[in-house]
Structures are given as structure tokens and as C-alpha cells.
Ligand binder design. Structure first.
Ligand SMILES: Nc1ncnc2c1ncn2[C@@H]1O[C@H](COP(=O)(O)OP(=O)(O)OP(=O)(O)O)[C@@H](O)[C@H]1O
Ligand SMILES: [Mg+2]
Length: 409
């Protein structure tokens, strides 16, 4: 603004300019003293009442997903958004999605990062984690509170890189029908007023609840916390986060992803209800992961019950990709699709759909070294502590399961 005033210098009278400068300085001085008045958000019952009345006026069934999508919006805004979105929604699910989109865009304007849609509709092989998330989602319903059940605090997803921790957080938000708010511990600790930054983030999260508060790569933000290298800021803030987690009664579920669990303060780890270890996939999980990614580019893989390849061909492929992470499998499939497309381009062909062969994928496998081999020591160090956590995937019951054997000596 100062700069702007200086630019006006030539076109404005010097006395007026001085007055403007004085006004600006006074405003800057007074700004911290001006109270910010916020309208309290309506409680769940009020939101439910507004949604039910809107739905009955428009002859649509109300749904708990729609009520959840409207929570965290002021009363007047709920009615406006419902009114506006109805014109574009054919189903109540679509209506809930549109309201959620509106809430998400509002968040973006407030500097909180909102996480994009997951790139696959499911996470292959993480059945136990998935079941636990379904349980958390069921506790979101108001019926659960009638039985005196409290909303759980959160979970830590721990494991080597590329195993699906961030993907699971995104899918969890979808499953629960709530927004996923991504917060970055490192930037809060490094903010000019870290205590204020944390308080503001937690207040905003409360206003937007129900929501998932997602701390991605949480361990990275805690580097050096115990040596007080940051002047004790991280330690003090984690104490505040801890107290907040203990005391708040909002339906806010925290998902924190970490590679190295030992980097977090132990008292903070204890506050979480569950710690899941997300490991490299077993054969059955790899089969699911391949199919999830192949379906994105090659339509012949979209029929769940018929695969273009025989089980024996699949076994060859799964053996080749043993020790690869789901992220590496996803990348290999994407690269194959890109190369196949390019081959058609060079020949001037435009086929109706792309097709991939087993050999395309086998060749792709030899184009990279899996991180499990590249960073063997670090990954083994992570995996060796896995006994402290619950496993995210159950036993391999697929037809591709291997007889029990020791993979890592
Ligand atoms: N279980 C899975 N099923 C299908 N695809 C997966 C799975 N896990 C990972 N992927 C693929 O790998 C990509 C990267 O995974 P993700 O970001 O979840 O890894 P991460 O465990 O969070 O790794 P990091 O520790 O490096 O943050 C996903 O976007 C998805 O394409
Ligand atoms: Mg991640």
C-alpha cells in the first residue's frame, strides 16, 4: 500500500499525500487492537434442521452426507449454497459433493492446502486399514453419539515411501464424506508467530468439522525437536497440539503419515488411537494394485471378473515386481501407457483404445531399481520396527499367495 501511495506521489497534492500516509500508519498501529468478530457456526442440530427443511421443500430425501457437507458453513450460507447447487445436482449425493466443493474452495482462500482427489479409486491390499477407517466413518453418524460413543482422535500411518499412506488419507476423507485439510508442521513451526499460526489452524479446523486434519510427512517437521535446535518451539507447539487433541470434542480425525515414527515425541504418539504400518504389498495386493492402475489406461482391464492374462502369466509378472512399492507399480504402468501411445503416434495410428502386453510391463520393470534395493538399509530399518504397529494389510488369501518363506534374512 505504501508503494501504491508513493506511486500516486505525482498525481496527488502533497498535503493529501501526508494525510493518507498518516491514516495508513494509524491503521497499522491500531490493527492488532481491533477485535475480529466471528459469527459462531451453527451446531449439528441446527444444520440438520436447515437441511431437512430445504429437502422437504424441494421434495428430496435428506442424507447424513449432505448434513456433514453443510457443517462448518454459516446458516445463511448453507441455504444459499443448497439453493444454488440444486440446479446442478440430479441426486442428493451430487448435491452433497457440490456443497463440499464449495466448502473446499472457501478453505483454499484461507491459505489452507486442500488435497486433490486420489488418483486411483481404491488402495490395493490395505484391507485391515480400510476396515478400521470404515469403523471411524460409522462413528461420525449422530446415532453413534446416542450410545455414548466418542469420536476417535486419529491414526498414524507409518511405513516406507510409496506404500500408499497419503493415498489412504485421501481415500479416508472420501469414505467419510468430509474434507481433508492438509497442514504442514514445518511451516507452522517456522511461521513468524508459530503459536498464533497453530491456534488459527486449529480454530479453522474446528469451524469446518467434521473433517480430517492431515499432517503429511509429520516426522519431517519434528527433526531436531528433542535437541531444542529450534529454540524449543516444536516441543512447545507439540504440547499445545497434544492438549488440544486431549480436550476438544469436535468430530475431527487426525491422520498423520510418517516414514520414521521414532522422530515424533513419544507423548504425542500415545495420543493417537491407532498406528498402522503400511508395508510393501504381498502378491494378492500387487495383483489388485496392478489392476487399479491398468484400468486407468487400458479398458480391457475394467471387467473385474475377466482378465486378458492367465493366472500363470500374472504369476510371472508378480514375481518380476516383487519388492516394488505400489507407487513404483503405478509408475511402471503409466510409463508403459505413455510408450504405447507414443508408438502409435509414430506410426500415425489412432486406435480406439490402448492395449498392453505382459512383455511391455516386464520390460518396464528392468528400467528402474526398486527403492527397496536402492535404499535397502533405510527401508529395512523402518520395516524392522514394524512390530510396534498394527498391519494395514491382512494375510494374502488370494490365489497368488506364496507359500510361507523368509524374504529378508
Ligand atoms: N495401495 C495402493 N494401491 C494402489 N495404488 C497405490 C497404492 N499405494 C500407493 N499407490 C500409488 O502410489 C502413489 C503414491 O503413493 P503415496 O503418496 O500414498 O505414498 P506414501 O506412502 O504417502 O509415500 P511417502 O512416504 O513418500 O509420502 C499413489 O498416488 C498411487 O498412485
Ligand atoms: Mg506421503
Amino acid at each position: 500500500m505504501r508503494k501504491r501511495i508513493d506511486q500516486l506521489n505525482e498525481s496527488i497534492h502533497p498535503e493529501e499525500l501526508e494525510l493518507l500516509g498518516w491514516l495508513l500508519d494509524s491503521w497499522l498501529m491500531l490493527q492488532p487492537l481491533i477485535p475480529v468478530l466471528t459469527t459462531p457456526m451453527p451446531d449439528r442440530e441446527t444444520v440438520q434442521r436447515i437441511v431437512t427443511s430445504f429437502c422437504s421443500q424441494n421434495q428430496i430425501c435428506d442424507s447424513s452426507a449432505l448434513v456433514r457437507a453443510c457443517q462448518g458453513l454459516p446458516e445463511g450460507e448453507i441455504e444459499l449454497v443448497l439453493e444454488r447447487s440444486l440446479a446442478f445436482a440430479y441426486t442428493v449425493e451430487k448435491l452433497a459433493d457440490l456443497v463440499l466443493d464449495h466448502k473446499v474452495n472457501k478453505l483454499r482462500g484461507r491459505g489452507l492446502e486442500f488435497i486433490a482427489e486420489p488418483d486411483v479409486p481404491d488402495a490395493g491390499g490395505l484391507d485391515l486399514l480400510d476396515e478400521s477407517l470404515s469403523q471411524v466413518a460409522s462413528l461420525l453418524s449422530p446415532e453413534a453419539q446416542k450410545y455414548g460413543l466418542k469420536f476417535p482422535k486419529g491414526m498414524i500411518l507409518w511405513g516406507p515411501p510409496g506404500t500408499g499412506k497419503s493415498l489412504s488419507a485421501k481415500l479416508a476423507a472420501k469414505k467419510m464424506g468430509v474434507p481433508l485439510l492438509a497442514a504442514d508442521w514445518g511451516s507452522i513451526v517456522g511461521a513468524s508467530r508459530p503459536d498464533f499460526a497453530l491456534r488459527e489452524l486449529l480454530e479453522l479446523t474446528q469451524a469446518l468439522s467434521p473433517t480430517i486434519l492431515y499432517w503429511d510427512d509429520f516426522d519431517k517437521g519434528f527433526a531436531g525437536w528433542d535437541s531444542n535446535a529450534d529454540g524449543g518451539v516444536s516441543r512447545r507447539l507439540s504440547g499445545k497440539l497434544l492438549t488440544w487433541m486431549q480436550e476438544h470434542e469436535y468430530p475431527i480425525y487426525i491422520v498423520a503419515t510418517v516414514n520414521r515414527l521414532g522422530m515424533l515425541p513419544p507423548e504425542l504418539i500415545r495420543r493417537f488411537d491407532d498406528i498402522f504400518f503400511v508395508d510393501l504389498p504381498h502378491e494378492g495386493a500387487m495383483y489388485e494394485i496392478f489392476n487399479l492402475h491398468l484400468q486407468k489406461y487400458f479398458p480391457e482391464f475394467r471387467h473385474a471378473s475377466i482378465s486378458p492374462w492367465t493366472d500363470d502369466e500374472w504369476r510371472i509378472l508378480l514375481r518380476d515386481y516383487r519388492l516394488c512399492t505400489p507407487a513404483e507399480i503405478g509408475n511402471a504402468v503409466r510409463k508403459c501407457a505413455e510408450e504405447i501411445y507414443y508408438r502409435h503416434q509414430v506410426r500415425g495410428q489412432q486406435p480406439d483404445e490402448l492395449k498392453v502386453t505382459l512383455d511391455d510391463l516386464r520390460r518396464q520393470r528392468y528400467q528402474f531399481t526398486p527403492s527397496m534395493l536402492r535404499d535397502e538399509e533405510q527401508i529395512l530399518a523402518i520395516r524392522n520396527q514394524a512390530t510396534y504397529a498394527k498391519s494395514a494389510s491382512g494375510e494374502d488369501r488370494s490365489r497368488f499367495s506364496l507359500p510361507l518363506q523368509e524374504l529378508f534374512g
